[in-house]
Design a protein around this ligand. Sequence first.
Ligand code: MLT
Length: 326
Amino acid sequence: MKWYGRSLASGCLAVLAGIAISAQAQAQTYPTRSITMIVPFAAGGPTDVIARIVTAHMAQTLGQAIIIENVVGAGGTTATTRAAKAANDGYTLITGHMGTHAASVPLYPKLAYHPEKDFEPVGLLAGTPILILARKDFPPKDLKEFIAYVKANESKVNAAHAGVGSVSNVSCELLNSVLGVKPIGVPFNGTGPAMNALIAGQVDYMCDQIVNAVPQINGGTIKAYAIATPERNPSLPNVPTTAEAGLPAFQAQAWNAIFAPKGTPPEVVAKLNEAVVKALDDEGVRKRLLDLGSVIPGKAERTPASLGTLVKNEIAKWTPVLKAVN
Ligand code: MLT
């Protein structure tokens, strides 16, 4: 019995050692096949656009295709739940954001994942300032008129968003609470389709990430009242800040970042992070992101550890804000 136990134990150890060596070997040769990047919103929206710009370069570095899969629903939490449960081998990743990996925590009491416990942070891709936007024929001409108009017509005006917990939803909830109004919310599967509705004049206003708005504002198909950051953005030099336009209390900037399921080998996370860093150093990638108004993270903000800290801080920041708004 004793002999049998020892043999079983040493057999088990050998198997475990074998598994560890093979996992390490796999991590060293990673990636040997294409990678799936889940985007938790509709194609054509800000998260999708940022993910496509950066992953196209990452694919060159990694020598494998990165296939974008748009999985929509529940403000991005459907896709994020799926990513949390995916195999932690580096072949399924997610581009999450301030909504899926921070604001969703206080907004969904039964959230099936925890952004910190169920994911390995890989790398921050871009900061995305928030703008207050409206259909081009919405009557108010500037932010002051917008505030007065929305207050006077609160039960008639509507605000498009990408589902509860999305950046557009959370930012406009914050704006509405600053203004003390409760307009009608109109949910979409992402601000890509919400933007189409705004352009078509089917909805009144929206709080959206800059990446989705620059081409439309410059093309005159929608109007922008203000950008909710302390400084104007070089891609939209004529759009005033909320402070300049008379609403300094409304400040909001989102972010998009890559995450892997918890337990993804550190060597794999390191390889992916290196590919993110390389992409963000590439002139072509930088130009595309900057032209769309993104804020490119500095070197120190690109590490997995720094993204982990950002997620922790953002959950701590948004939890009391969103509880107060509710
Ligand atoms: C999107 O890509 O549609 C957005 O990031 C949605 C949002 O969070 O508002």
